[in-house]
Structure formats: C-alpha cells, structure tokens
Design a protein around this ligand. Sequence first.
Ligand SMILES: Cc1ncc(COP(=O)(O)O)c(C=O)c1O
Length: 387
Amino acid sequence: MQYDFEKCWDRRGTSCVKYDLMEPFFGSDELLPMWVADMDIATPDFILDDLRKRLEHPFLGYTFGGASYREAVLQWLEKRYAVHAREDEIHYIPGIVAGIAFCLQAFTREGDAVVVTTPVYPPFLNLPQHGHRELRCSPLQIRNGRFAIDYEDFEQRLQGAKLLILSNPHNPGGTVWSPDELQRIAALCEKHHVTVISDEIHADLTLPGHRHTSYSTVSEAARSHSITFIAPSKTFNIAGLSSSVAYIPDPSLRQTLFSYIDGYELANGNVFAYTGAESAFRHGEPWLVQLLEYLEGNIGYAIGYLQQHIPEVKIIWPEASYLLWMDFSALGLTHEELRRRLIEKAHVALNDGTAFGGKDYECHFRMNIGCPRPMLEEGLRRICSVL
Ligand SMILES: Cc1ncc(COP(=O)(O)O)c(C=O)c1O
C-alpha cells in the first residue's frame, strides 16, 4: 500500500468537533471518539501541498470558483458517475446541510410536507422541523441484511408533499440504492410532483463490489425533478474546508435555487474551499482506491469481531462509507443502560440511534470505523468488554 492509513494522530486542541466537542455531548472528553462522520485518517498530502502552494501567494482576498475548479468538478462527475453536467448546471455551496436548508427555503413554505426515510442523518429531520415544515418519515425495512424502502408507505407519505430528502448512498446504513430502486423512487416522486434532493456525499466511498448510481441518471423524470449534492469532504476528510456542490439539470429548478443562493449571497466560497476541492477532484482517485480497500478491511474486521464477541448484535453490512449501524436490542438492556455502559464504562463515543429517527431506534448506535486499525481495535475491545 502506497499510503499510510495506520498512523494515529492527536487531534485534540485543533477545534475538532469529533474530539473537542465531546464534553457537551457526552459529559466527558476522555472518550474514544467514534461518532462524528469524519475520519481519523489524515487529509492526503496532495491536498495539503496544494493548499500550502496557494499560501505562497500573500493575498487571501475575495475569491470565486474559477474555470479550473469548475472543470475539476465536472470531470469528477463525468468520470466517476457518468453525469454529463454543464458548467452552468453546478454551483458551489458551503455544505450539503446548508444546501438542504437553501432548498427548504427556495422550494417550500411553512406547513409544506417534506418526506425522509428513517433512520437517517439527523439534519434531514431537524432542518424541516426547525423551519416548521411537516416532517413525514417513511421507516425503512431491513431485507436481506440491507435497508429497503416500503414503497406502499413511502407513496402514502409522498401524497401532497413538496420535497423528498434522500441519502444516496444511505447514512447510517451504508446502503447503495440500485438503479431499480432509484427508478421506482423517481416514478413515485414524478407521479406525486415531489422534488427530490439526492444527497450523494457518501457516493465516492462506495465500497469495492458495489456501484453508486447518481439519482439524476436513472430516468428523464429523475433528471427533471432533482437536485443533486456532492462533496469531496467525506471522501478526502476535508469537511473543515466547507466545499460542496449542487448540480441541477432542470432549468426551472436551477433558476429557483441558484437565484435564491446568489440573490442572498449565500455561497461565495473561500480560497481554501476551492483550492482543496479542486485538488481532491483532480488528483484524488489513486488515494481513494486505496482508502476504500482499507475501509473494507476495517468493516470486515469490525463486523467479525462484534459478531464473535456479541453474537446478539445485528449490524447492517455497509455497501458504502465507514459507518456501522448496530442494533443491540437483543441484549435485553435498556437504551439508557447501553448508553451509560458505552460512555461511562467503555469510554467510547458512538452516535445515539434515537437521533436518526426517534424512539424506534432505541438500542441502536452508529459507529465510525473510518480510523486507523489500532484505534478500531481499541474501540471494539472496549465496547465488547462492557456489553
Ligand atoms: C448524508 C449526509 N449529508 C450531509 C452531511 C454533511 O454535509 P456537509 O458537511 O457538506 O454539510 C453528512 C455528514 O455526515 C452526511 O452523512
């Protein structure tokens, strides 16, 4: 392996959410952080080098995403996902969560219904509620060890709704939706006139043996009613650069969202966001290929270890990304007791399942395995020793 993913780093004291904000969330900062979805694998050198190079020029004035940045984004979309985007169809956004907030403002009003499939990344639930939209959750089922949509329930929730927010691939399950599944979603959304946000932040992390399908490519309907968000932030561990992208092929949706963003000047970007994203998209593929092999190894190791030591645990085997969704309910412990043991005895910080969709996900936890193997081994040892 050309790159060293095994090196353990001390990230404390760097204003790092995953390390330096444990105290307010867990009541202690002495935990092993396996929660926030950023990796404990360092940002690759080619990105750091490009950022350093940019700093050789002593001006950090107002900036914009220039032709070279836009070309790198378009090439990445084309090469990896067969998305034939044009320059005017993409727009820098500071983050995907911000992008979802922009869509809620631009496409919906207070009281409008927004559909999500649960469990799901918590901001999908929190943002619509914050904006006084009606949140409609369609619970996912587990079929053949992966998440699956209950189409009957899903269609009911779509009736009269304005927006679907889809995690494609899915966080926390790591499910890579197939072209068939996406086509079915698209047909239902088209039938009910629902605009779709396809959040593809985890797409680059699709694991060997699986294939990501970008939502807009599955049908003409999908193309005409969707907003796709991509980002290099999960892939290359550069979330602190705030650099995501919106892609909208439909002229009317594009005009609505982009004029909202530009009119309020919500997405002017910054020097590091553009430089870092361009570097990632231009030079990132060989590093990414090796990272995915490493993550696949971590997933196999973690699931094997957990199944050996806590055979009652149910885990969804991820098809993308570095998050494990674990159900400990067969242990017969309450959610509070599980949480207490994990935090106070194992000293491990995991994401609480209830944040992903409420009480239905008690006794569920999400573990981030995007870290050097020694850290993963330590986390697993601690978890298993208290359960
Ligand atoms: C599905 C999903 N969307 C968006 C984000 C965050 O995106 P951003 O940092 O660009 O707001 C995450 C981070 O974990 C995520 O899992």
